[in-house]
Design a protein around this ligand. Structure first.
Ligand SMILES: O=C(CO)[C@@H](O)[C@H](O)COP(=O)(O)O
Length: 215
């Protein structure tokens, strides 16, 4: 069931490897089916390269198994909490991507100094307060922090990216890492100039309303 969504989730997981956002299985991907409300999520601790679409776990919004060969991600309850509290979110991607995670371990948000970050994430990347892995507390800290952004940092941990589709969540995760790298490198040779709110809004609007083939 939900073959297309399972393929999209697996494809995004493989792209996390392609774009070097994860090491081994240090991340996870999920997507929500708009019709049934079911969630397709990567299984826990399994190599994405060896997975087939049918290995992606299908659960309902309460976490009950709908169709599964494996245990779902250890972060499943956090994904479910985000879906429950943010109806506009249809996909969630968790990574420990290197440059963004540097800011997470410094407990610093990533200021918006590039149009890329404004376009794809919606501005400064906020920092969600620390929550232990698999405690069920990560979802609430993300919902508390993320607002209308497409990503937030998890203190001392990594990144949570979201989107209205699996593709959008993947783009947010990839471009956030790219912008974090640029900001980090720029800071090592000078003082990055931050974008004013008015420019962030303009850059965000272009991507919401003009960019791409779907508008
Ligand atoms: O952050 C952590 C553990 O530190 C987890 O997100 C894992 O890195 C991925 O777990 P699974 O999704 O494979 O269960």
């Amino acid at each position: 069931m939900l073959r297309k969504l399972r393929e999209e989730v697996l494809d995004a997981a493989l792209n996390l490897m392609k774009y070097k956002l994860i090491t081994l299985t240090g991340g996870n991907v999920s997507g929500r089916d708009i019709e049934t409300g079911y969630i397709a999520i990567t299984p826990s601790g399994m190599d994405y390269e060896k997975l087939l679409p049918e290995d992606i776990v299908i659960i309902d919004i309460e976490g009950n198994t709908v169709e599964a060969k494996w245990k779902p991600s250890v972060d499943t309850s956090d994904h479910l909490y985000i879906y429950k509290h943010k109806p506009e979110v249809q996909s969630i991607i968790h990574t420990h991507s290197t440059y963004a995670s540097c800011f997470a371990v410094l407990n610093q948000e990533i200021p918006c100094a590039s149009t890329t970050l404004a376009n794809e994430v919606g501005g400064t990347v906020p920092l969600a307060k620390y929550a232990p892995v698999a405690s069920g507390d990560i979802g609430p800290t993300v919902v508390e922090t993320i607002g209308d952004k497409r990503a937030c940092l998890l203190a001392n941990h990594g990144v949570m990216a979201v989107g209205p589709s699996v593709r959008h969540a993947l783009v947010a995760a990839v471009m956030l890492e790219d912008a974090a790298k640029v900001y980090h490198l720029a800071k090592s040779i000078g003082t990055p100039v931050l974008l004013p709110d008015s420019e962030i809004q303009k850059a965000k609007d272009v991507f919401l309303n003009i960019y791409g083939q779907d508008k």
